[in-house]
Design a protein around this ligand. Structure first.
Ligand code: ADP
Ligand code: 5GP
Length: 193
């Protein structure tokens, strides 16, 4: 494979999307975002085909049957998310750097599949209390969904040691710098990474 896969995982609210967006906006490294499919409804400000391919549960089921996914997970009860082969395989073969924002189980699975062709990065929150504050501040989820995401975070943090590297998202600028550096070192073949 000529290109590389960058896996970014973290519990919801740790800042994955913000960090990925910021690195893409800086433009120091040319990343292609892998747009996942999900049956969750779009949040305000999200665009179909940009943030996710928003599909119905029936369409998700059909995509599973047609073998369209590299991996998929029921991340929350009844809420499915999947990485589409069409988003990553040809691009990586063409030599592009494809970035995946993906849950911890999916991230571990994709790393196993792609081995040294993939770099897995785990974004950690400064604390679980701060994570809750950020989810509340983002104001995109109901109180019930926030409780669900925070209690799941405690379990998900147990996967951090399985990743190639970990970045604490305390100061956003520092976390972006650190994540960008890891990606540049990995994709330029720097043995320090
Ligand atoms: P994720 O994609 O991991 O679910 P988001 O990128 O949506 O998380 O971030 C969750 C919320 O936290 C957003 O409102 C974002 O603006 C905010 N946020 C992200 N990083 C930081 C940070 N370092 N300090 C304070 N707030 C942050
Ligand atoms: P959200 O609903 O906050 O956008 O995402 C919830 C969780 O689903 C996040 O941890 C996100 O990384 C994960 N996720 C997004 N796309 C995929 C995917 O294609 N596969 C898997 N396994 N998880 C995903």
């Amino acid at each position: 494979m000529k290109g590389k896969i960058i896996i970014i995982s973290a519990p919801s609210g740790c800042g994955k999307s913000t960090i990925i967006r910021e690195i893409m906006d800086r433009g120091n490294v040319d990343l292609k975002f892998s747009v996942s499919a999900t049956n969750r409804p779009p949040r305000e400000g999200e665009t179909n085909g940009v943030n996710y391919h928003f599909i119905t549960t029936e369409e998700f089921q059909a995509a599973i049957e047609n073998d369209e996914f590299v991996e998929f997970e029921e991340v929350y009860p009844g809420r499915f998310y999947g990485t589409l082969k069409s988003e990553i395989l040809q691009r990586a073969e063409r030599g592009e750097i494809v970035v995946l924002d993906i849950d911890v189980k999916g991230g571990v699975r994709v790393k196993q599949m792609f081995g040294d062709e993939a770099l897995s990065i785990y974004i950690l929150p400064p604390s679980v209390e701060e994570l809750r504050r950020r989810l509340e501040g983002r104001a995109t989820d109901s109180a019930e969904a926030i409780d669900q995401r925070v209690s799941k975070a405690e379990y998900e943090l147990g996967f951090a040691p399985a990743y190639d590297c970990r970045v604490v998202n305390d100061s956003l600028d520092k976390a972006v710098d650190e994540t960008e550096r890891l990606i540049i070192d990995f994709t330029s073949g720097n043995p320090e990474s």
